[in-house]
Design a protein around this ligand. Structure first.
Ligand code: TXA
Ligand code: MG
Length: 345
């Protein structure tokens, strides 16, 4: 299949392809999505095929107007209403009891449907012109880092989908927060662009994390979270510890010439001139939002550089740091080193 590269002014071509049941990758504020009409079981099946995605992993449905949620959801909890008012359009995905007409494949057989209104003008215009809600996972091959540039989509999916709509670099850089409001307490199933702190502030109550995010169970409520996602080709070791300088020193001790190092600005300054390897600076430590924006692209750069191993410095888990660390943990696939404080006698 020949994949079209579409510019922002060719949006009506993209909309027509979607109406015809074809697959089109498009920019959102989080990452690029691979869209198909949510009403077409056949088009949705194509998404799983193009990505090599396991069929037990449900899709997020993207809408252009808040009211469109009524076509998909059988009920809207009052707290959802509040969060939609506050955070939509934006990187927050909410679960709703699904209407029976939503294709089974979209929800992977679950009784809930995940919906969000993306905050990207091209995404909103595309959904409007297509005239249908779009089921869209991230537009990467399953297991690869999510695309933050149209070029990343091309790398993974050229020849497998009808078109890529180029909207330049995305803003947030990690996926939306998936929030479940249907249980006794609000629960984050996947940390993302809207932070836990913002949600707690808006709801005026505690927001829980899926115990699987804390490593307390290996059965996450969001099926997609069980896969080793976002994985670069080289093995990645995540280094954490109570003393940052100890972590940096350990990175220097571990690094060889063909090692890639994902590090904070502070860490890079500390290690300058005393560390082998290829350093890629993510951001200053007080800007996990910037680090999140750059992470996926950095992982792809590491692959292209052909490094044999990646060492990554852990980040504080507040604000966007929670999503950032979740993606780094996924990339590490359990390869985690806690650097204890050395005893100086
Ligand atoms: O920012 C995003 O959310 C991006 C852009 C394109 O919108 N999309 C995205 O989709 O990240 P995807 O398919 O890569 O991740 C969707 C996540 C998966 O972890 C999936 O298991 C979960 O949402 N999910 C979808 N429907 C669900 C449901 N009904 N219940 C629980 N989890 C659900
Ligand atoms: Mg994904």
């Amino acid at each position: 299949m020949q994949t079209l590269w579409l510019k922002a002014n060719e949006i009506e071509v993209a909309a027509r392809l979607l109406r015809e049941g074809q697959l089109v990758a498009f920019p959102t504020e989080t990452v690029y999505g691979l869209g198909a009409s949510a009403w077409s079981e056949k088009a949705v099946a194509g998404i799983f095929l193009a990505k090599g995605r396991p069929q037990d992993n449900p899709l997020i449905v993207h809408i252009a107007e808040k009211e469109q949620v009524m076509e998909l959801a059988a009920a809207i909890p009052p707290e959802a209403e509040r969060l939609m008012e506050r955070f939509w359009p934006g990187p927050l995905t909410l679960l709703f009891p699904r209407r029976p007409q939503v294709p089974e494949l979209v929800c992977a057989g679950l009784e809930t449907v995940a919906v969000r209104q993306p905050a990207h003008p091209l995404a909103l215009e595309l959904i409007r012109q297509a005239g249908v809600p779009l089921a869209a996972p991230s537009a990467n091959l399953s297991g690869r880092p999510s695309p933050t540039l149209a070029e990343h989509v091309w790398e993974d999916l050229a020849g497998r989908i009808a078109a890529v709509l180029d909207g330049g670099p995305v803003g947030v850089g990690v996926e939306s927060t998936v929030l479940d409001l249907l249980g006794p307490e609000p629960m984050i199933l996947r940390p993302g662009g809207v932070t836990r702190e913002e949600l707690e502030e808006a709801l005026g109550r505690r927001v829980a994390l899926d115990p699987a995010l804390l490593g307390q169970t290996d059965r996450p409520r969001s099926p997609g979270m069980k896969y080793r996602h976002y994985a670069p080709a080289a093995p990645l070791l995540l280094l954490d510890g109570p003393e940052r300088e100890e972590v940096w020193r350990r990175i220097a001790a571990e690094a060889a010439a063909d090692t890639g190092i994902l590090i904070s600005e502070e860490g890079a300054a500390y290690l300058a001139g005393r560390c082998a390897g290829q350093m890629l600076v993510l951001a200053p430590l007080n800007r996990p939002d910037l680090a999140a924006q750059r992470l996926y692209s950095a992982l792809r750069t590491m692959d292209q550089a052909g490094v044999k191993r990646i060492l990554a410095e852990a980040w504080p888990r507040h604000g966007l740091g929670l999503a950032l660390m979740n993606r780094m943990e996924k990339a590490a696939g359990g390869n985690y080193l806690r650097v204890e404080v050395a005893k100086h006698e």
